[in-house]
Design a protein around this ligand. Structure first.
Ligand SMILES: [Zn+2]
Ligand SMILES: [Zn+2]
Length: 425
């Protein structure tokens, strides 16, 4: 059995892992990354005809963004949950709208992939060409999965995908799959870091929102349209139902998908009430109107790369009674990062922000301690640990944390892209 890392080696995103056994292969995720100029970067090439299956852990573009390429000339069997592909379709449409020039596939290839997908339920086995594949809830976004694979020769591999062990307002925390893997492929986005306790982050958000509303201001919360928007609106509506909350941007469509797949949510009835209790912004005149009185506006894009969030920011940033609260990860070259670091966004002619500006950690990735704790639950069976989907610093930090606990009996790898690893079983 062998693993080849095609993407996601010592980098966050572009996840793509080829698992080979008995002359057959399956591909775990096939995502994209963006370089400093925001141009999409693909993982290494793989021939679709060589694949017994493609397993998609969740809908984020850094896990599915390159997958439709495999359907230009091929038609491999895909395995994913239904919400994964429904959300991925919305993200892909948006991705192609902006990046069609750089990307060789079109929406029809995504649709071919959709038609070739076996939709898996959590905990139920799917057999493809001698591989037995089982998905478990990963707690990261709706439909996100940790993937367990039994290979034709009897190898047992657990791939975490992106995962979050804590329960949030919208999702149950990740399951610990009841299996005995010999190999664990684990993400390491926060391999060397921990998050502040979530209840304190939530308390702080509520404090800022309430004091802003009390002083007659408007709160703008730029948020990712998948996951973060739904999480923040559920938190605010549950804890402060008297607030006027507006939702704007692609998150409106994503929220529809959440409603369609309610059974994946922690509390479907609560989420339905929240959607009925908040208001969707439907047109431009409504956008202008709502900013005239105290309210909360949750809008995409989460890193202020575009979307209505940028429009609101331009109108709200000069009033010191308003608050801008960033609740998403801010990539180094994003507008949101520039705003937090320098107080301006040069390219958008936002030269000075007088509104209150805050960043809060609502991450949907497990902390370094939780990542280690998860892996160590399998210390009885695990022989190989492959650390991916993290910066070099985070991947190495998780490796040394695990090394301290496990000693030299377990092989721990932090591969680069292109590296192959022969696995002991
Ligand atoms: Zn990811
Ligand atoms: Zn993700």
């Amino acid at each position: 059995m062998e693993i080849k890392v095609l993407g996601g080696g010592r980098e966050v995103g572009r996840a793509a892992i080829l698992l080979k056994d008995s002359g057959k292969s399956i591909l775990l995720d096939y995502g994209v990354n963006f370089n400093e100029k925001d141009i999409p970067q693909l993982p290494m090439h793989v021939r679709p005809v060589d694949l017994s299956a493609l397993v998609l852990s969740h809908a984020h573009l850094d896990h599915v963004g390159a997958a439709p390429i495999l359907y230009i000339s091929g038609n491999p069997r895909a395995v994913a949950t239904k919400p994964t592909l429904d959300v991925a379709k919305l993200l892909t449409i948006d991705f192609l709208r902006i990046n069609a020039y750089y990307i060789e596939y079109e929406l029809r290839e995504f649709d071919r992939m959709y038609d070739s997908t076996v939709f898996a339920e959590y905990g139920r086995d799917v057999e493809v060409d001698g591989f037995k594949i089982t998905l478990y809830n990963a707690g990261h976004i709706i439909g996100s999965s940790t993937v367990y694979v039994e290979t034709p020769s009897g190898g047992r591999v657990l791939y975490t995908g992106d995962f979050n062990t804590i329960q949030t307002w919208t999702l149950p925390g990740a399951e610990t799959p009841p299996v005995s893997p010999t190999t664990i492929i684990v993400e390491s986005t926060y391999g060397g870091r921990n998050h502040p306790p979530r209840h304190l982050v939530e308390k702080r958000l509520l404090e800022i929102v309430e004091s802003t509303i009390d002083s007659g201001g408007v709160v703008l919360i730029p948020a990712f349209s998948v996951g973060r928007t739904q999480e923040v609106m559920t938190l605010l509506y549950s804890q402060a139902p008297y607030l006027e909350i507006y939702i704007d941007g692609m998150s409106r469509d994503v929220t529809e998908v959440y409603l369609k797949h309610k059974k994946y949510l922690r509390d479907p009835a609560l989420f339905t009430r929240v959607v009925e209790g908040v208001e969707m912004v439907t047109d431009y005149s409504m956008r202008k109107k709502i900013m005239k009185k105290p309210c909360v506006i949750i809008a995409s894009a989460g890193m202020l790369k575009g979307g209505p969030a940028l429009y609101y920011l331009k109108h709200l940033s000069k009033n010191p009674r308003n608050s801008i609260i960033l609740v998403s990860y801010q990539a180094v070259n994003s507008n949101g990062h520039e705003l937090l670091e320098t107080g301006v966004i040069k390219a958008q002619e936002i030269d000075k922000v007088d509104a209150r500006l805050e960043w809060l950690d609502f991450s949907s990735h497990a902390s370094g301690d939780d990542l280690a704790r998860f892996v160590l639950r399998y210390r009885g069976s695990v022989k190989n640990i492959v650390i991916i989907h993290g910066s070099e610093e985070d991947a190495l930090a998780l490796a040394s944390k695990l090394r301290r606990e496990l000693g030299d009996d377990v092989n721990i790898y932090t591969p680069q892209n292109g590296e192959s690893i022969e696995l002991k079983q």
